[in-house]
Structure formats: structure tokens, C-alpha cells
Design a protein around this ligand. Sequence first.
Ligand SMILES: O=C(O)c1ccccc1NCC(=O)[C@H](O)[C@H](O)COP(=O)(O)O
Length: 264
Amino acid sequence: MNILDRIVQSKRREVDALRAAGYYQAIATVSPVESVASMAESIRLSPTGIIAEFKRRSPSRGLINGTADVERTVEGYASEGAAACSVLTDTPFFGGAPSDLARASRVAGRCRLPLLRKDFIVSREQILEARMLGASSVLLIASVLTPCELADFAEYARSIGLETLVEIHASDELDRVTGIGADMIGVNSRNLADMSTDISHAMRMGDEVAARCGGAVIVAESGIGSIEDINNLRQYGYSGFLIGERFMRESDPVHAFHVFLTCS
Ligand SMILES: O=C(O)c1ccccc1NCC(=O)[C@H](O)[C@H](O)COP(=O)(O)O
């Protein structure tokens, strides 16, 4: 069992427990946070295309940043030119929480910054929760969902005003994601079998994804470390760039973002 299988197994248990405790019924009665701008459109119009991620820890790196404040970081990412922010809401593996998304959405709403709920979605309830907490999009990971679940979750997200970033790693997953109306297709350069990250993986897949994406925004995910990486990825059809560790590993992620844009 690789790390993704372990995370998804744990997530299914977590969702079952929350359902049994009546949590999802309770949040369905709350008024949703006003929805913010389209993430796909924001990436298309953005000079940077960067989706800056708030990630405290990860299975591959352990603790990355135990002190950064989510509101201050999201506000700073927005003012430095991020096209969108990704907020990890998984607790056991990434040290995040749904409350991080709620806090991020307070500042994101003010600066019209789209937020991605970055989690391991295995049920419609998590998608509704994302909407209630102020996300404008959710991540759907193709390899952990059946074709029916993938199509159903994409349709459900759309029906409640959320966009989808549908993630693949290998080109044989492309067949499953074309035709479900994904707003964005992400290619994750992290190999979850051995945790290695190599952005040339995204480069190799770029042309094929671009040819078959049906107009979706194409996002390169993981392992991006410099503006040069971004410029290289752009040559292969990418216009969105999901970056976490490069910023979060510094004590001041906003300053790291600024330096990345101006000095790398
Ligand atoms: O980051 C991990 O170790 C990880 C392990 C298992 C599943 C997912 C994982 N990461 C999620 C991501 O996709 C990244 O947070 C995101 O692409 C940003 O990557 P990076 O810039 O390399 O932090």
C-alpha cells in the first residue's frame, strides 16, 4: 500500500465518522460563505499563474512550517501576485484543518483571491463543506476515485458553484478525466510510490494533456523551485503552477514568495 492509499483509507474512515456524528447535516444548514472569483479564470489572467499553497507538513517532508499564520500568509500571497491559494485541510498527514480554509476565506474574500480546498475528496459531503467554508474549487484525484465517482463529484461541484482541479500523475489516467468537464487538469510530478519529485515528468506529459484537455487550464503540481522551472513548464502548455514547499519551508513564506518572483 503506497502513501496515497493509506491517506485515502484514513480519509474514508474520517468521513464515515463525521457522517455518523451528524457533522455534515449540521454544516448543510449554515449559510455558505459568498463565493469568490473563478480560479481557472484567475490563472488565465494572472501574470504569474502561481497557486501558492499553505501546507504545514507532508508525508514526504514531515514538518515544513509549524509557525506560519494562515490568514497572514494568504493575504501576503495575494498581495505578492498569487493567482490563487491552495489550503491543505487534511489533519493527520498534512497538519491542516477545515478551519484553516475558513480563516483563509475571510481574507481571500476581501482580495478576491480564489481558494482551492486541497484534500482527499472521497464524498460529496466534503465538496459541500468546501463550498460552505469559502473555497472556489476542489481537488479531485483521478487515481483514488472510480470513473463514476469522478464524474459525479465533478458534476456535483459544478452544481453548487465550485470549480474542479482534476489531478493525474500518469498519462493512462487521461482517458478518465477528459469528458467530465474539469475546469483545470493538474499533472502531479510527485511519484507517490517512492515520493520522488521531478518536474520533467510534467514536461513530458504537457503536450498530450494540452491536446486532450478540452480547453481546461493545465496546472503543473509539485517540485517547482524557480521561475526558470515555470518558464520551462509554460513551453509545454502549463499556465498554472502549484507551489507549496518552496515557500512554506521558509519561516516567512510571503517573503519567500516575494524573493522567488524577484530573484530566482
Ligand atoms: O507532499 C507530499 O508529500 C504528498 C504526499 C502524498 C500525497 C500528496 C502529497 N502532496 C500534495 C501535493 O500535491 C503538493 O502539496 C502540491 O503539489 C505542492 O507540492 P510542493 O510544491 O512540492 O510542495
